[in-house]
Write a protein that binds this ligand. Structure first.
Ligand code: 5GP
Length: 188
């Protein structure tokens, strides 16, 4: 029997809850079901490869793929943006690449958040040059107010206001990724 995550001492957290663990779980299950339906006709003809963008997507990806009732392969890609950590410069570098070629495979990129859209735009363009059979994007969060690049999100968890969020994989200075919910910083 699975046990619930520990209750955090909310009075010590500098965050307000934006999306609860329960709401995340419900939405991730829906996305997994949709992916299962969409890829069921494809999976027998070519591999389906789910690529998690390190590190922010790890928790979302782990939950999402357990709601995909199909044989899929998992890969990870590491990227770094130049410039200030909280302001996307649009200049992105791949620091760790996937382990196998993507040619002829159905690729689903899993990202934590689409903010300005620069990171995902670069990544999708880069991966598309590797001649996958198809490529789609799953993103847990989208901040449309900050959008600078048009990005097609095929599987979106939640649209959020223009706040800096942490938890469920997202960090502030590498901390708080393990919060079971998504919060925004209130004391900054
Ligand atoms: P973009 O290139 O879309 O502006 O930025 C995407 C990346 O910026 C995300 O993958 C994430 O690493 C970071 N980012 C953007 N907004 C937030 C936020 O509200 N919280 C956290 N923790 N990271 C963010």
């Amino acid at each position: 029997m699975a046990s619930a995550p520990p209750s955090w001492n909310r009075t010590q957290e500098p965050f307000a809850e934006l999306i609860s663990a329960e709401a995340i779980a419900a939405r991730v299950a829906e996305l997994g079901k949709q992916i299962t339906e969409d890829y069921r006709p494809l999976v027998e003809k070519a591999d389906v490869v789910v690529i998690g963008v390190l590190k922010g997507s790890v928790i979302f990806m782990a939950d999402l793929v357990r709601h995909v009732a199909l044989p899929v392969k998992l890969e990870f890609i590491g990227i770094s943006s130049y410039g200030d950590e909280t302001v996307s410069s649009g200049v992105v570098q791949i620091t760790q690449d996937v382990s196998k070629p993507l040619e002829g495979k159905h690729v689903i990129v899993v990202e934590d958040i689409v903010d300005t859209g620069h990171t995902v735009h670069y990544l999708m363009e880069n991966l598309a040059t590797r001649r996958p059979a198809s490529i789609k994007l799953a993103a847990l969060l989208h901040k449309p107010e900050r959008s600078e690049r048009e990005v097609k999100i095929d599987y979106l968890g939640f649209t959020i206001p223009n706040k800096f969020v942490v938890g469920y994989g997202l960090d502030a200075a590498q901390l708080w990724r393990n919060l079971p919910y998504i919060g925004y910083i209130t004391n900054a």
